[in-house]
Write a protein of this length. Structure first.
Length: 499
């Protein structure tokens, strides 16, 4: 690695399995676009490394071949391409793409096949992402561009720090960001040889995790620093139950863990200029928000009624997101009366239950199963309130989008939800910080009580207006958090890995 350094030269390789708008299954896709763009605005030279799924290759117009990897242990041959990812009108981020048809050129999602099952070769698919990430971060790199830091995201890039650990030459320091500890990248012990890792790395002080290999554990064990996406989640993962078995390791590394709250892309998610919604609006023009409510009710086949409170929810229909308790309160919610619109896809039984509910009460409950970026913007703009009863939430982006759109969220007090939503009380209304409603017990009962609190506030026009104004005045931009990441990168420059 370069021996002279000025702050302006800081170079970072950001390794991620998904990036918006090329490929997105959740918040990591959004973060992988917006954080590098914010870091580049701070003059950090960040470049992405992503797998060449079909939609990535077709979504990037000008690509150059810059390297070939033909002989990497048991991985199929791959080519490295270089391109620019347009993040928004004013920013683009350089991106390296791994073109490996044998592993990435297929229909289906980045992690799951068309029937919703994990791809059986995910170990190899993300082993290759990690392997090439580690090569580009070491003096084995075929490129002239050498990063000081390799920033890994979630289990799919977890083997980067492991490969680097076993590289004896010069190498970048590594930061491992946990976006969700529940996904651990676990594969059978036989993968160790297949991935070209030394056999003696398969032990507790290494990549082994309860008899298997875990990519995430490997990353957390070997990286120089760990971060996660909110201060509260950084604490929660150091004990049960949210440590998901990794709490012991995380406790021993607690001095190397930072909790940095995610920001949002305030250009992409901006009610004053959003091209996806029928009518843009500012916090002073709430009457135009009502036009979006009507459009949403019409589009979803709900009764068109400006006065009934309309709640939205958008998520991966999963245990994490608490969809089961959302379903449990749905019938009580419509009796209040209120309306519910849900957009999501995920667990088959939750999809079926939601669809059945919406067919039974079509004018009160609407469910759209699938992934629909445009509709997600309309829901943020058209709903009155937003529901996020997540069991756990490392950060969560939708509660920030909804506040920015003047749609106060009702959230479980956990992780990033706790850090970004201020409960509405007389005191917080008086000091101007109230921005939503929090509930503590992960029960349908407590959730419903809190929805009732929100509805009572909704019917008091003065209180609701104040709440909406507070929400829309909050700064959720990446600026402050990007500075925190840059501070971590700079602190790692003194790491023994870097000359
Ligand atoms: P997670 O990453 O755990 O799914 P986040 O709140 O961080 O949760 O981010 C979820 C992102 O994915 C948001 O941008 C949200 O709008 C989007 N999203 C989730 N489900 C859908 C869907 N069915 N259609 C469109 N966007 C969705
Ligand atoms: C994960 C988390 C979510 C977080 C996102 C981006 O998917 O579940 O809470 O916002 O990553 O960091």
């Amino acid at each position: 690695m370069p021996s002279t350094f000025s702050r302006r030269d800081l170079r970072v390789l950001f390794v991620t399995p998904e990036v918006y708008p090329l490929s997105k299954t959740g918040g990591l896709g959004d973060v992988s676009a917006a954080l590098p763009a914010a870091l580049r605005a701070l003059r950090v030279d960040v470049r992405l490394l992503i797998p060449g799924y079909p939609q990535v290759l077709s979504g990037l117009k000008y690509k150059r071949k810059i390297a070939k990897f033909d002989t990497l242990s048991q991985f199929p041959p791959a080519t490295l391409l270089s391109a620019k990812l347009p993040v928004n009108a004013s920013t683009s981020v350089p991106v390296f793409i791994i073109d490996c048809p044998g592993l990435y050129q297929r229909e289906g999602g980045p992690y799951l096949d068309e029937s919703g099952q994990d791809w059986p070769d995910n170990g190899l698919r993300f082993g290759l992402l990690s392997k090439i990430g580690a090569i580009l971060a070491s003096d084995d790199s075929p490129l002239a561009w050498h990063p000081h830091i390799v920033h890994c995201n979630d289990w799919q890039s977890g083997l980067v720090p492991a490969y680097l650990n076993f590289h004896s030459g010069e190498k970048a320091a590594s930061l491992m960001t946990i976006h969700n500890l529940a996904f651990q990248g676990i594969f059978p012990p036989g993968s160790v040889a297949q991935l070209g890792l030394p056999s003696d790395s398969f032990n507790m002080q290494g990549v082994e995790y309860y008899g298997n290999i875990s990519f995430l554990k490997a990353g957390l064990y070997y990286c120089n620093h760990i971060s996660t996406v909110s201060p509260s989640y950084a604490k929660e993962i150091q004990s049960e139950p949210l440590g998901f078995g990794m709490q012991g390791l995380l406790l021993t590394r607690r001095k190397s863990i930072s909790g940095i709250i995610n920001g949002i892309d305030t250009t992409e998610w901006n009610p004053t200029s959003d091209p996806h919604i029928p009518r843009t609006y500012t916090s002073n023009k709430q009457s135009t928000k009502a036009i979006n409510k009507k459009a949403l009710q019409l589009a979803m086949g709900l009764d068109v009624d400006p006065d009934i409170p309309l709640f939205g929810a958008i998520n991966r229909l999963s245990h994490q997101k608490g969809c089961d308790i959302l379903l449990q309160v749905a019938l009580e919610l419509i009796k209040i009366p209120a309306q519910l619109v849900v957009l999501g896809s995920g667990m088959a039984e939750l999809e079926v239950e939601l669809t059945t509910l919406s067919k039974t009460y079509p004018t009160k409950i609407a469910a759209t199963i699938g992934f629909n970026e445009k509709l997600s913007h309309l829901i943020e703009a058209g709903a009155d309130g937003f529901l996020m009863p997540s069991r756990f939430e490392p950060c969560g982006l939708n509660q920030m989008y909804s506040q920015r759109y003047g749609t106060p969220p009702v959230v479980h007090a956990t992780g990033g939800l706790l850090d970004t939503v201020v409960d509405c009380t007389p005191a917080t209304l008086a000091d101007g910080s109230a921005s939503g409603f929090l509930f503590n017990d992960m029960t349908a009962d407590d959730f419903l009580k809190t929805i009732h609190r929100a509805v009572t506030a909704y019917h008091n026009k003065k209180i609701w207006r104040r709440l909406q104004k507070n929400c829309m005045a909050k700064d959720f931009s990446w600026q402050a958090s990007a500075v925190s990441y840059r501070e971590i990168y700079l602190s790692l420059l003194s790491s023994p890995n870097i000359s």
